[in-house]
Structures are given as structure tokens and as C-alpha cells.
Write a protein that binds this ligand. Structure first.
Ligand code: NAD
Length: 255
């Protein structure tokens, strides 16, 4: 059983948006002493977010812009983070886009856009960090799926989103199986409705009430609910959990 190095880095994709899950996760992990690598579309915003985290939490942080759907740019960003920060121990694949287009209005471009970002993007980042983690023989990867994968949509986003997020669960299980022998765990988190801006803008109180109706807890989720689950799954103590999908969804999906 491998143990964590004292100094260790978590890379978070999609960690720039102010009210998003990725940014909340970066902040939660920095507070726990992780060094933080930030990947998002805009290089300057990544670097600004990293600077803010470093100042607030006294940790090392580095931001590198990349489009996760472009394998070359993801690899370059992770190379740059690896050169600047301590050993990469964790990757949280959080970057994603919504897609409210009804199936009968769907064209090939929208299908490709959503699959390229929400599924291929997870694969590209995973594939690159796996190379380092295999060498180091320790790693933790967490992929953000969605309850949409399990319920066939039923949220703001529709078919291509649901398909991509279901693909993320398959990718999680298959990579967990192949990478397990190197002490690398791979898990998915399947969030229910979380109070961010991804579902067509900031949620009104009315919309939150509507979304809460299907849940067994009496509120929509917070970014901290997801950040805390990611923090647990990438912790040293979570080394016997792999290939799982953790539903952090207020009880929306039970199986
Ligand atoms: P968000 O829009 O606040 O965050 C998404 C982040 O991903 C942004 O910072 C954005 O710039 C970045 N991003 C988008 N496309 C990218 C690309 N091609 N390359 C790099 N970065 C890119 O939304 P959020 O709610 O924080 O979503 C985070 C993740 O959680 C997504 O994968 C989303 O599908 C998933 N999710 C969210 C909810 C919810 O209710 N909010 C529910 C289930 C799953």
C-alpha cells in the first residue's frame, strides 16, 4: 500500500467560474494543504485564481489555460503544472458544459461539442495524469458525472449531456480496473441539482423550490457538498474505494 508524499498536488479542471464546483473544490482542497493546479479555458483567469488561492491559503498553486476537449492543450497544461508544483497525486475532472437542446432539434455539432468536452475531456486529462501516477505508483482521480446519466436527463440538460455523463461512469470503472494495480483509484461523483450557474444562469428561489420537490432532503445542493465529497475520495484514507459512483444528490436517485 503506497502512502501520500507530504507535499502533493491536486489538479482541478473547470476551476475558474466564480460560483462553480471546481473553484469551490480548489479552495476546499487548498484549505486542507493540497497544492493546487488549475485548468480552465482562459489562461489569465487560471493564473489569477491560482494567485488568489496561494495568497488565501498559503499553498503552492499554478494555473494553466487549456480547452479540455483538445488533447494537446490539456497535456501541455498538465506538463506545465507538473513542472511548477509538487507530485501530482490527485485529479478532479470538473470541467463541463450544459446542453438544453431537445433531441429532435439536435445537430451533429452540438452532439460533438458536448461529448468532446464532457467525456473526451475527462479521458484526455486522465490519460496524461495516469502517466505520472503510474510512475509514482500512487494516484486519486475523481470524475464528475451527473444524475442525468442515471435518469436519462430530467435536469436542465438533455440527451448528449446524459450520454457524456453516462460515458464518464464507464470511463471511471474501466480506468479504475486498469490503473488499480498502480495504487491509483478512480471514482465518479454524480451530483443532483447544485446551486451554480450551469443550468442556464443563477437559480431563482422559485426554481430551487421546484428542483427540491423530487429530493428527499429539503434543499438544492451546494458546491461545498461536492467539494467535500471530492476531498474525501482523493484522501489517503479512501484508497480502498475505486470504480464507484457516489451520488451526492439529495436522494434524487436511489438504486
Ligand atoms: P460551471 O459552469 O460553474 O463550471 C464549469 C467550468 O468548466 C467553468 O469554469 C468553465 O469555464 C469550465 N469549462 C467549460 N468548458 C471547458 C473546456 N472546454 N475546457 C476547460 N474548461 C471548461 O458549472 P458547475 O455547475 O460548477 O459544473 C461543474 C461540473 O459539475 C460539470 O461537469 C457539470 O456538468 C457537473 N454537474 C453540475 C451539476 C449542477 O447542478 N450544477 C449537476 C451535475 C453535474
Amino acid at each position: 500500500m503506497s502512502t501520500f508524499p507530504t507535499e502533493r498536488t491536486a489538479i482541478i479542471t473547470g476551476a475558474v467560474s466564480e460560483r462553480g464546483i471546481g473553484r469551490a473544490t480548489a479552495s476546499y482542497l487548498a484549505a486542507q494543504g493540497w497544492s493546487i493546479g488549475i485548468i480552465d479555458l482562459d489562461d489569465a483567469l487560471c493564473k489569477a485564481a491560482a494567485k488568489e488561492l496561494a495568497a488565501e491559503h498559503g499553498v503552492k498553486a499554478f494555473g494553466a489555460g487549456a480547452n479540455v476537449s483538445d488533447e494537446g492543450s490539456v497535456r501541455a497544461a498538465i506538463d506545465a503544472i507538473e513542472a511548477e508544483l509538487p507530485q501530482i497525486v490527485a485529479l478532479a475532472n470538473v470541467a463541463g458544459v450544459s446542453s438544453p437542446v431537445p433531441y429532435l432539434e439536435l445537430d451533429a455539432a452540438e452532439w460533438d461539442r458536448v461529448l468532446n468536452i464532457n467525456l473526451n475531456g475527462v479521458h484526455y486529462a486522465t490519460r496524461r495524469v495516469a502517466e505520472s501516477m503510474v510512475k509514482n505508483r500512487i494516484g486519486r482521480i475523481v470524475n464528475i458525472s451527473s444524475v442525468s446519466a442515471q435518469r436519462g436527463g430530467g435536469t436542465f440538460s438533455k440527451t448528449p449531456y446524459s450520454v457524456a455523463k453516462a460515458g464518464v461512469i464507464g470511463l471511471t470503472r474501466a480506468t479504475a480496473r486498469e490503473l488499480g494495480e498502480y495504487d491509483i483509484t478512480v471514482n465518479a461523483i454524480s451530483p443532483g441539482p447544485i446551486d451554480t450557474d450551469i443550468m442556464g444562469g443563477t437559480l431563482s428561489e422559485e426554481r430551487k423550490d421546484e428542483l427540491t420537490k423530487d429530493l428527499v432532503v429539503n434543499r438544492v445542493g451546494t458546491t461545498r457538498d461536492i467539494a467535500a465529497a471530492i476531498a474525501f475520495l482523493i484522501s489517503e484514507d479512501a484508497g480502498y474505494i475505486s470504480g464507484q459512483t457516489l451520488n451526492v444528490d439529495g436522494g434524487l436517485y436511489m438504486h
